[in-house]
Design a protein around this ligand. Structure first.
Ligand code: PAF
Length: 279
């Protein structure tokens, strides 16, 4: 893959890259379409990365379907699908990791302390192998997107990072490979995430500015569904991910909720029409 990438660069082609863990859905395909428009060659990777799963998480159970994924990748005009295995990515003696600092400590980092180290490490390796000019990541994993942008700046990767909008089912549920775990009754409860975000947007539009009140209303809504357990609901600065107490400028609301054994995340912009910074 690396020598192919060098060859493509010698030919003056621009490589656009979408890293994935497979079990592709419409959300992934939309990222691939964005990438295809921005580059000459579309490369995707499919690799369920063991270093971003803690013991007891769903690494083994994570859904996999390579033949289906290859068909879907082809349907959006993917030129190269890079499918390394664990031995290739983490050879015997592997010991070098990329560890994001503050940005990885809150939100998902609290309950998944090794997650972002695993993500930053594998994305670094994938960038070094695929040598993309641009890479597209979903806004659905908002904290991941912010951390990757920061990492690319901090470590001078010289890669343009593009965020792709979250793709939702007709009723609003954010697309995720993990939705495959949900039973029909859990699928209904999973909708509480989107509804809580929408409710929060409505509150902000109606003039509510106190983050704690908005968060409390969102939590009440989610808790009213059987089988939900809230991990976090936060309103943060869209770039620093620091908690905001007053929504007087654009903010990001993000949440993680367990529905049965399935941990789901979602997020949404709040107050985009408010002044960018307080006067
Ligand atoms: O978002 C994902 O699917 C993964 O975290 C990524 C970026 C492919 C790294 O394994």
């Amino acid at each position: 893959m690396q020598s192919r990438a060098h060859q493509l660069h010698r030919e003056g082609r621009r490589i656009a890259f979408v890293p994935t863990m497979g079990f592709l859905h419409t959300g992934h395909l939309s990222l691939m379409r964005i990438a295809r428009e921005r580059g000459d060659i579309l490369v995707i990777s499919i690799f369920v990365n063991p270093t971003q799963f803690a013991p007891g998480e769903d690494f083994e159970a994570y859904p996999r379907d390579m033949p289906r994924d290859l068909g879907l990748a082809e349907s959006v005009g993917t030129d190269i699908v890079f499918t390394p295995d664990n031995e290739m990515m983490y050879a015997e003696g592997f010991q070098t990791y990329v560890s994001p600092e503050n940005l990885s400590r809150g939100m998902c980092g609290k309950s998944r302390p090794i997650f972002f180290r695993g993500v930053a490490t594998v994305v670094t390796k994938l960038f070094n192998i695929v040598r993309p000019d641009i890479a597209v990541f979903g806004e659905k994993d908002y904290q991941q997107l912010v951390i990757i942008r920061r990492m690319v700046r901090d470590l001078d990767f010289g890669i343009e990072i593009v965020g792709g909008p979250t793709v939702r089912e007709n009723d609003g549920l954010a697309m995720s490979s993990r939705n495959a775990y949900l039973r029909p009754d859990q699928r209904a409860a999973a909708l509480s995430l989107y509804q809580a975000l929408q409710l929060s947007r409505t509150l902000v539009k109606a003039g509510e500015r106190q983050a704690d009140k908005i968060i409390a209303a969102a939590k009440r809504h989610i808790a009213s569904f059987d089988g939900t357990a809230i991990d976090y609901v936060v309103i943060v600065d869209p770039e620093t991910l620091d908690d905001m107490t007053v929504v007087d400028r654009p903010a990001r609301m993000a949440l993680a909720v367990k529905v049965g054994a399935t941990r789901l995340i979602d997020n949404m912009a709040l107050g985009e029409d408010l002044a960018d910074r307080p006067a």
